[in-house]
Design a protein around this ligand. Sequence first.
Ligand SMILES: Cc1cc2nc3c(=O)[nH]c(=O)nc-3n(C[C@H](O)[C@H](O)[C@H](O)COP(=O)(O)O)c2cc1C
Length: 269
Amino acid sequence: MGEYMLTTQFLKSRTSTRDFKDVDLKKADLEKLENIIDSEIIKLGKDDLAFIVQTDGEAVYKALDGKAGYKGIMIKAPAYLALNTLNDDPASLVKGAYGVEEIITELDKMGIGNCWITVGDVGEDIKESVFNYEKGEVNLLLAIGYPVDTTVREHQFDDRKGIGEFVFIDDLGNKATNEDLEQRGLDEIFAYARFAPSAYNAQPWRFLLVDDLIKLYIEDYKGNANLLDAGIIMYYIDKLGESISMGSNWEIKPELNDDKYVYIASKQL
Ligand SMILES: Cc1cc2nc3c(=O)[nH]c(=O)nc-3n(C[C@H](O)[C@H](O)[C@H](O)COP(=O)(O)O)c2cc1C
């Protein structure tokens, strides 16, 4: 199997885990995780972000049940990884979500499943006491643990948007066709990028292709969760783009406003 096939396979089977075995993370796995986090934070910038691992899953679950998650439905896991943003620059959240996806890639290799959990409605004091931080905010939680069901599930396409609904060419009114993307060698990238998770599976990302630039926007921006959605899809695009040597980095400069399309970042093809 070629490298590209492997990447697509791997992103295709990257689904959320919501049922975790009631066992603690192994000591060796925790140590690995700490190392992964350390190197990730060097990449992301330790002045902007921190990760907190909470291995007292029970305490987190008790404190957040009824408050975190969709409609207050908290996901029970043996451990949680929290993303602590240390400033209120929107770019930090985008970068943080990107970093979490990089961490998820490593967790996958260890057989550790995960699910993102929204914590936007949880009071700051509760989060501070559960995760023991003094600076900044916790805007995101990842439930982590060994999945009850270890069979590899693949995504279906039926809960994902069609390419013409989220990729545009030259103008945000001008939908891309499959042929447009094929000509540019981008058809597969966008076909698989759709598997990226997003809050409420809302898939709010919109891409505008202008010459050799990919510009990322969020449609109907609703707040922090969308910045996380943006960071996640950027990771997917990068992973899928590796095969066509799309090596440039994203330039992240969110322009938050009330426009229908809110600009987040661009990347050179
Ligand atoms: C920012 C963010 C927040 C999320 N919050 C929750 C949550 O609170 N509860 C939950 O069950 N899933 C949550 N999810 C998971 C998404 O619902 C899920 O990834 C999406 O529906 C796609 O499903 P899949 O991961 O199985 O492909 C969240 C995902 C993201 C990106």
